[in-house]
Ligand binder design. Structure first.
Ligand SMILES: [Zn+2]
Length: 230
């Protein structure tokens, strides 16, 4: 069952208090309707009963998909790489091989759900996205394009697509990529992320993580090449 807390929340506009349901944890397998409500943000909607003002509630939520074997802890603005929650670890101890991720905002949270539901590896997706973002940056003559999300995946058509937000206007730009790039990223991850796969607790697999892995990978390849030349 969902773990719900009812709280009185003061309206940011008229300061009247309205009772709102806050979902501390969500089980997507047992409550598929909640999954839908999360994905279209309905679950986080606050509506003031006095003046009708609407706002989005931002608070930590633990999302658990037992069927696809992943858990996401969305903690707004979380800036750490790893979070070990002893109580949670004990509670879910018998569930091995569950991917546990930290998400610091709603968009990356939704992206993780999409990735894991599609049967993809989020580490490899993050590396693919980094490589593709560099292509997009070049195209636009920008030093870098940071914000982007996996928005399409079609195995039969051998393609995946990322939506990037570019320039000052944050215009959405969709760049597709052939799955061979993702396949290459899977190989890189299998070589470079052995330790990260064994970490306990929730970990944040994001652009920063991908930059670090790719940097180490390129360096390793350079050293290999140099060793062959010597
Ligand atoms: Zn109000």
């Amino acid at each position: 069952m969902a773990n719900v807390v009812v709280k009185k929340i003061a309206c940011p506009k008229c300061s009247e208090c309205t009772e709102a349901k806050l979902y501390m944890s969500i089980n997507a397998t047992n409550e598929p309707t909640l999954r839908a409500d999360v994905m279209d943000e309905r679950l986080f909607k606050f509506r003031c009963t006095a003046c009708g003002h609407e706002a989005r509630l931002t608070y930590p939520v633990l999302y658990n998909d037992m069927k696809n074997r992943f858990m996401i802890y969305m903690i707004p603005e979380v800036d750490r790489f790893q979070l070990e929650d002893v109580e949670l670890e004990q509670k879910y101890e018998r569930l091995r091989g569950i991917r546990k991720r930290l998400a610091s905002d709603f968009n990356s949270f939704k992206e993780k759900v999409f990735i894991f539901e599609s049967g993809l590896d989020d580490m490899a997706v993050e590396i693919t996205k980094l490589v593709i973002s560099e292509m997009v940056a070049k195209k636009y003559g920008l030093s870098q394009v940071e914000e982007g999300y996996l928005s399409m995946y079609d195995r039969e058509k051998n393609t995946m697509g990322f939506t990037f937000f570019v320039g000052k206007e944050h215009e959405p730009y969709v760049q597709s990529a052939r799955l061979e790039i993702y396949g290459k990223a899977v190989t890189i991850v299998s070589e470079m992320a052995i330790k990260d796969r064994k970490l306990s607790g929730f970990i944040k697999i994001d652009r920063e993580w991908a930059q670090n892995v790719l940097y180490r990978y390129k360096r390793m390849k350079q050293l290999d090449k140099k060793a062959q030349e010597d």
